[in-house]
Write a protein that binds this ligand. Sequence first.
Ligand code: SF4
Ligand code: SF4
Ligand code: SF4
Ligand code: FES
Length: 904
Amino acid sequence: MAKPTFTVGEEKAAKPIIEVTIDGEKVSAPEGTSIYDVVIHMGKTLPSMCYHYTFSPFGSCGICLVEVEGKKAPVRSCTAPITPNMVVRTQEKSLWEAQKKAIEKHLTTHPLDCPVCDADGRCELQDMSYEFGISQLGPVKQKGIPEDTRSIVLDFNMNRCILCGECINICKEVQMVDALQFLKKDGHTHVVAKGDTALYCEFCGDCLEVCPVGAITNKFSKYVYKPWQLKTTTTTCPYCGDGCILVMDTQENQVVRVRSRLTWKSKWGEHEQTVHGHGGICGRGRFGFQFINSKERLSQPLIRKEGKLVETPWFVALSYVAQRFNEIKTQYGGQAIAGLITARCTNEDMYLFQKFMRIALGTNHIDSSARYGHINFILAMKKALGAGRGMATYADLTLANVILVIGSDITETNPVAALRVKEALRNYGGKVIVVDPAQTNMAKLATHHLAIKPGSERALIQGMIKVLVEQGLVDKEFAKKYPDAVDRIKEAVAGISLESIQSETGLEPAKLQEVTELFAKAGKGIIICGEGILRRARGYEHALLLIDLAMLGGKLEKPGCGITAMCEENNEQGAVEMGVVPEFLPGQLEFSDPVARQKYVSAWGDEIPAQPGDTLLRILERAGKGEIKALYLVGENPLGTLPASVNVREALERVSASGGFIVCQDLFLTETGRLADAVLPACSFAEKEGTFTNFEGKINPVSQALESLGESKADWEILTEISGAMGYPLAYVNAEEIRQEISRLLPGFMDDRSERPQVHLDRYLSNGFAQDLGWRYSLLADGPGRVLPEYPFVLVLGQVLYHSGKLTTRAEGLMKIFDKRLLQISPVDAERLGVAGGEKVRVRSAQGSVEVGVELNPMFPAGMCFFPEHFNEPPVRDLIPCETDPITSAPYHKFGRVAIEKLG
Ligand code: SF4
Ligand code: SF4
Ligand code: SF4
Ligand code: FES
């Protein structure tokens, strides 16, 4: 007897197991499972067109027919649940005839315009017709519906639609966007955007992928290829830390389109398998590929001659860079050299970068874009738990009983991880608490939305902890094991009153009590945090506060529990693990530990400087003082990222003016690159091999889909060539060799790391734990309770769904979807200020003033405004001062206070 395998979800596992007979074989499965699912589990096939395991069966196509004893007519197996002792037959000749008829019926309304259809060669209706040997076609009833091209990225050809409903269902159930509907008009049923308007949705493209025919098409790839002309490469997305797998179709060294593994072809599976992800991607991954083939890409090295950057052959550029590095090292030593690398590079690039900087240039002044906030999370986790990484997998998120989302607009920053939270809500009865002043997408779906005052997340966590320890909600096991830690925290929170928490956050004490209890009593609880607290003043302390909350609530050590941070850049986790921060050598071994340093001295056969290294802002500060003579920037553009008050331009100009040397290695000539002495063209993720590490800690492969554009080279390759020219040969022939070296030095590190990190609280709680509590449990001096009358608005810079850093602003697909350089304000504030959408306002802060158009956005509360961080014009970012974390040196420049006035 076949064993039931439907046991992932607790709800389903709780259902009684019943027995049925399928084609004479006895099978058991949970009651309520569809006949279709049981048949497929037996390894049999059943034709189907409207079924997909990622959403509920719809039963529209009439193809998945089976015979059920006692029923006169064949039954649609996808919507029919099994009942005890049911007898089912799937292989009767009569069924085959009925299935064939159902397909023929679709063909009577489907135009045979296959030669000009995007789905030609990957159309389920074509495949089905072939399989059933349909050759005699009756006359086709042409619908004559004009194509609906109103959407920015998707076209709808309703002549081809077979009304299976898959697009509508995946949008409604998996995305929980519910943007599509059937609509009867002009005598036909159409799929249209809700309200029959131009579709403006999350543009994930899942509807496009599951459409079994060519009724939904991608505007960017329509009519530009035939499937057999394409080369397909499976690789990992370069945008966010979700680490989605992209299927990239290329032709003549151009990316033609990007698809996901989710298609109508991936329809077979148990719904529960989606706990690991549904295989889809987001709009950034799908429509953001044009930067790869951009005409603005650098194709040749540039060297500054007589004040101008001029194209120079590689061999000249390499020997020039090597010579200048050697000269500066000889004259000033490694302490005058620093390097920054973007966390969008592969692990292999980053490993080699830090090795090059440390042994060839003799410096530990290296940093990466993980410094902008993720480092706060890593350093806090490392300090407390001994493992600097997130603890939750996709499956943990999906199956959690309670998820606390704090400081993270997860749908915008990490849209595919957000789908797991949505699935927890929709399918597993999970409760979701969203802490956000704005009515975000997740806040709207959540069971609990705590719309606190902007910037009061810290007070909210402190309040939850106070309720936990003072009202007997501390996890019993934790309290028994670590009574002293509980007492110390109790003492620390005694100084904060619930009234002050209420005045800081604006939250009723009863609500605080309710969510704290919910969190504390949940069997499996996960905390998701993001830039809303990690990239804010004292972000490191915020991470430690969250660890306290998880610890006291019993949500650290138990399986299925933990804390995780949403990474906005694809490889922020990898950056820290590969050691491109001064604190760590590869494998997060402490740089300050002589034993760890000796491990790498022995492995690399060369000296590593023992002096501790500077972080990003300190490097720039020293550059501004003329102390840095050589700056090597790989994919980093501090001039384009940091606000004017950091004086990056002055710092870079000082490097050159003091006889120093700046090298920029990038895909594009950035603001920083324009000031460099040498610019080296790097190739994109699509032109190289390697790996990225996602927020779960999973190592995902990056595969080469294109030949390098122009004369660009992979970052690791440029590093080997410069080091060779300098006389420190780091001679790797490919990224795989580097990966093998990492694996040799750090066994298991590049393998499957789906195991959650081990939690070691003993060391943390017995080693000066109480010393920091005074700071941690103080309210911030400039918290929201102390609004400055001259600057009454909170200005937040942040990410939007259709962009990731500045890279996506080079992708025309995404710029078509979102190019709004507007200040988003609440309609309440707009009315008070007397401004309408599109009108301009002046935004003022202690740093200066900027004129900018406004957009009214009801998701923001009165007193809060938002500007998308991807756009430097108008320079709204310059209005925010840059603070530095006292412990981690993370720069904070995305949250400030401003005044807004209507223009003239
Ligand atoms: S692109 Fe995504 S969000 Fe938009 S309609 Fe299709 S499935 Fe829904
Ligand atoms: S557009 Fe495609 S997926 Fe949607 S109902 Fe029509 S055939 Fe099905
Ligand atoms: S941007 Fe993030 S969520 Fe979107 S496809 Fe890429 S990795 Fe996935
Ligand atoms: S797959 Fe069952 S009716 Fe379409």
